[in-house]
Design a protein around this ligand. Structure first.
Ligand code: ATP
Length: 357
């Protein structure tokens, strides 16, 4: 298992600065995700790790080895792409063996390692088929086996599941995590799919315009975004504008356009002063609806439009002063219009995240 360290990494394409002096450490054996809006630099960072791009400034270390300028084939990384990139004229076994032949591994060893790789992705019975005789999910498993068979130092995955249908994506994401953990591989995974990242990542980085905005576990990033852009990018949220009134124990009290709330700072380092204008982020599922007023952190209003989705209902909650909030209610009660009327939406202070920007 190796760590991957990125130090002050800058990559330019002409006048475009795709990565601005990035610093990042990925721990040995970690399944690490790169997330962010289109054009934020995810692919550029992944391709720099693979050696397809040489950065203008900075360093990349695999363990203690500086690989910044090393050619791709000497880095011993396992790559898996969105397009499976399997050779159509070769069998499954030949596709998997390809990288071993290139490395001049002896034939008996090739056979043993191909069998082992196919069995690790549960595809040993398909060794003699050609790629066009396999489903999309099976082809993706073969692409994973091909990446694993060379015993890479780390695995680099570029949107590996985006060509699969929703059900297969669910199945394959758990498979990828299982295989990464079984092989104890440090893995960097680029995706557009937040659910993929939230469900299987050990940690993730959120990028924007070539900068890293936040690094953390899925829970940290979802529950405690440090910036408005992160809160907005991951999951759904309502933003309220507020002013800091003061601190009460571990909580900050904020006056917002719908009333006073106690909350927590998203960024524990850059704490806004009393009187500062802030943004408050509250996730729709954090609200609870009640018939009566709560002791604190509530707002009075009525349900407007609603969507019933079985296990959850999504409401437009219109506050007493006309502000619209999204509220999700699990095991919905208030979806029945006879249950409505004036209601109180309450939220725990831990779920009121106060942000400076
Ligand atoms: P997406 O989610 O759309 O794949 P991304 O986050 O992977 O986007 P990158 O492909 O890394 O983004 O691109 C980062 C920035 O660098 C973008 O502004 C992009 O236009 C630019 N860029 C990427 N590759 C090149 C290139 N070969 N030549 C010029 N500019 C490039």
């Amino acid at each position: 298992m190796i760590s991957i360290q990125v130090k002050q990494l800058t990559k330019r394409f002409g006048n475009v600065v795709a990565l601005h002096g990035l610093d990042l450490t990925i721990n040995p054996g970690e399944l690490f995700f790169l997330l962010g809006p289109s054009g934020c630099g995810k692919t550029t960072l992944l391709r720099s790790l693979a050696g397809f791009y040489i950065p203008e400034e900075g360093q990349i270390l695999f363990g203690n080895e500086d690989v910044t300028k090393l050619e791709p084939h000497k880095r011993n990384t396992g790559m898996m792409f969105q397009s499976y990139a399997l050779w159509p004229h070769m069998t499954v076994a030949e596709n998997v063996a390809f990288g071993l032949h290139e490395r001049k591994v002896p034939a008996t060893e090739v056979r043993r390692r191909v069998d082992e790789a196919l069995s690790s992705v549960r595809m040993e019975q398909y060794a003699d088929r050609r790629p066009n005789q396999l489903s999309g999910g099976q082809q993706q498993r073969i692409a994973l086996a091909r990446a694993l068979v060379i015993r890479p130092r780390c695995l680099l995955l570029d949107e590996p599941l985006s060509n699969l249908d929703a059900k297969l994506r669910l199945e394959m994401r758990t498979e990828i995590r299982r295989v990464c953990k079984e092989f104890q591989l440090t893995t960097v995974y680029v995706t557009h799919d937040q659910k993929e990242a939230l469900s299987i990542a050990d940690r993730m980085a959120i990028l924007e315009s070539g900068y890293i905005l936040q690094v953390g576990t899925p829970r940290e990033v979802y529950k405690r975004p440090t910036r408005k852009t992160v809160a907005n990018f991951i999951g759904e949220t309502d933003f309220l504008t507020g002013k800091v009134l003061g601190m009460v124990g571990n909580y900050v009290t904020v006056e917002t356009e719908v009333g006073k709330f106690d909350g927590v700072f998203g960024d524990p380092v850059n704490i806004p002063a009393v009187g500062a204008t802030v943004t408050v982020s509250i996730r729709p599922e954090c609200w609870e609806l009640h018939r009566d007023a709560e002791p604190r952190n509530f707002v009075r209003g009525r349900i407007g439009d609603s969507i019933y989705l079985g296990e959850v209902a999504q409401y437009d909650f219109v506050t007493h002063n006309g502000v619209k909030l999204k509220i999700f209610e699990r095991n919905p009660r208030f979806v029945d219009s006879s249950q409505r009327g004036e209601l109180y939406a309450a939220v725990a202070p831990e779920d009121v995240v106060v942000l400076t920007a």
